[in-house]
Design a protein around this ligand. Structure first.
Ligand SMILES: [Zn+2]
Length: 177
């Protein structure tokens, strides 16, 4: 599906294609909480970077969080680029040069009606604020740090990746769909 998004002041509008639009993963890390997660967490979904179209790109600012441990070893800047509106401060999307074909929009910036996820995954709970009530019970999975499956694999397991039945061994298509 094609997702349309915008910042709150509408200086920035964007759209991109996504086969993984379910906003099922809540991240409670301090970066997400402070920059985009007033409820204690932020939700990123995933789309295809090459399909991104932007209006008002001149209003976009980019922030890289400091990280204790980078791929190069030791402290430095996170490779993740957090794009936000420099006028109204809305979080827009995260990109990462390690995965240049992907883009991770914040569900909060998407105007298209997203589908309701059948299951919610709570991640980075080691960093959750003490006041956050994390939902428990059926249809909730919990991880202290990173989850055990990718956004694409979650959609596959729930058979939500374009309606095709989940199968082991991902079919790789050369053409972009
Ligand atoms: Zn704005």
């Amino acid at each position: 599906m094609r997702l349309h998004g915008s910042c709150r002041c509408k200086a920035v509008r964007f759209s991109l294609r996504s086969t993984t639009p379910y906003p099922y993963m809540r991240c409670y890390c301090s970066v997400c909480r402070k920059t985009a997660g007033g409820g204690g967490y932020a939700i990123n979904i995933m789309g295809q970077a090459e399909s991104l179209e932007v209006e008002g790109g001149e209003h976009i600012a980019i922030w890289r969080a400091s990280a204790d441990q980078t791929d190069e070893g030791g402290p430095g800047l996170s490779p993740a680029r957090r794009h936000f509106c420099s006028r109204c401060a809305s979080a827009l999307w995260v990109s990462d040069p390690r995965w240049p074909e992907l883009l991770h929009p914040f569900a909060s910036a998407i105007d298209t009606a997203l589908p309701k996820p059948p299951e919610t995954v709570h991640i980075m709970l080691d960093f959750a604020a003490p006041w956050v009530e994390v939902p428990r019970g059926a249809n909730h999975r919990h991880f202290r740090r990173y989850p055990d499956e990718s956004i694409a694999d979650w959609h596959k397991r729930h058979r939500l990746d374009g309606g095709k039945p989940a199968k082991a061994g991902r079919r790789r298509k050369k053409s972009k769909s």
